[in-house]
Write a protein that binds this ligand. Sequence first.
Ligand SMILES: *[C@@H]1O[C@H](CO)[C@@H](O)[C@H](O)[C@H]1NC(C)=O
Ligand SMILES: *[C@@H]1O[C@H](CO)[C@@H](O)[C@H](O)[C@H]1NC(C)=O
Ligand SMILES: CC(=O)N[C@H]1CO[C@H](CO)[C@@H](O)[C@@H]1O
Length: 493
Amino acid sequence: MTSCQDIMLLLLCAFLWMYVAGDICPYKECDCSGNTISCEDKGLNEIPHLISGSDSSFTTLLFSTNSIKAVPDGCLPSNLQSLSFVNNPIVTVNNVAFSRSSTTLKSLFFSNARFTRIPYALHQLQSLTTLLLSNTKIEDWDENVLKHIGQTITTLTIDNTNLITWPSWLQYFPLLTELSMDNNGISDIPDGAFNLVTNTLMSLSLDGNKLKAISPAVSILTSLQTLSLTENNISDTLNLPSGSQLMSLSLSGNKIYNDEQFSYALQSYSESLRDISLDNNKFTKVPDLFFLEEVEHLDLSHNLISQPSSGSLPSGLYDIDFGYNLLPFIPKVLSTLNSAVELSLPWNNIRDIHGSDFPSSATTVDLTHNLITTLTSSSFPTVNSIQFLKLSSNPISAISTDAFNSLHDLTELYLVSAKLARVPLALVSLKNLKILNLTDNKSLVCTCLEERLGPWTRGFSEDNLMGSCGVLSVYTFFTTLSPACPKSGGGVI
Ligand SMILES: *[C@@H]1O[C@H](CO)[C@@H](O)[C@H](O)[C@H]1NC(C)=O
Ligand SMILES: *[C@@H]1O[C@H](CO)[C@@H](O)[C@H](O)[C@H]1NC(C)=O
Ligand SMILES: CC(=O)N[C@H]1CO[C@H](CO)[C@@H](O)[C@@H]1O
């Protein structure tokens, strides 16, 4: 045998030895890789037997999505740093269940658990920084346990845990940087609730509670970067924390109507704020938001905005959604946006559109479900980038022959459920159109008067030119019947 083969054999043995002794998976039911033991979604009813002698280097253990009901003593490997029981109906946790990881465990996750008191086993943990406890009806928030873990926890998530009043025990958590208490029944945040974490709390989420205002308690947070208060009952926004540099503010699904108070409350975020959500509120005017230099996306849909000449918008907007409002015209502020690419204005009361309404940067314009009746040569800007034009469900009955002359880039045009009687001759100028949807035009007829469209329709496949005039599809009419039109034109076929 050559020495080379000997070395190979030696290496192989060494490798196998390391594999067996060093990294044996502690549970035969689970998969191990890297430093993670993955027992997710394995149909487990209980924690499997720990293979003896498998003292391992694994630090993360995932039991997510099983039917485990109990965490008995001595079932977990030692020196874990992260442990997840997310989506398990855990009823009991033995008091010393985590003892082998008491100094190492940093992150612990439970959701959909069935216990009603916070497990006493947490009392043993010395280094816990992250606790998630969601969708669990806690009745007994054991102060002794909370006082203990509060000393180390920085990230606390207690979503949907049956809290109806502000938990006074948060006073034992002076290191919090992230707090989430979504989907509880909290209607009030007491003054001083955040006194301990004024300079540490960076993220606060209270979605789906019953707050009526942004409480004064929030106004003192100086390190806050993310604030989420969606689906509450908030109308008063005066107490946004003016000393912080908010980057993300979510206020969808509230009752905010006071545009002046709101834009005043946002003044200090002109350079920090990137994400803001305001849909599903009660604004009747566009709030003044021009000073928000970093905001690129703005959703003002599902408000009650009826005043098209009000307010101002961040000048760097990429897309803006005004859908489901009460606008009688396209808001004047839109034409001032030099970077806006997507304009969404469906479900308003817009009757007329003018070229001067649109920024030349817009590529997608959605005006579905409005009250537009006529398109003329001045409806679209002479200089534009519009590629996608959605005009379905408008009572459009007249389109002048030069209406689309400037839409050189248009590739998709939607005129579903319009009130067209004839296929518009204006289509001829759309040299780059790839998709035309004319379906559901109840009184559409195809005649030899539109014969000129015949050659134009040859650029389409049958699937991309949708709609019918009477019993015939528009496509069939122009590709097979209109070539037989009398040369003088006229006459309905
Ligand atoms: C919101 O407040 C109104 C009264 O201001 C009240 O009738 C309603 O029940 C509240 N909704 C929620 C979800 O708390
Ligand atoms: C065209 O409009 C009809 C009616 O709304 C719709 O069912 C169909 O999916 C549309 N086709 C395309 C490609 O948008
Ligand atoms: C007269 C006419 O063309 N009616 C059509 C309008 O669109 C609907 C839906 O595509 C058709 O079913 C009708 O035949």
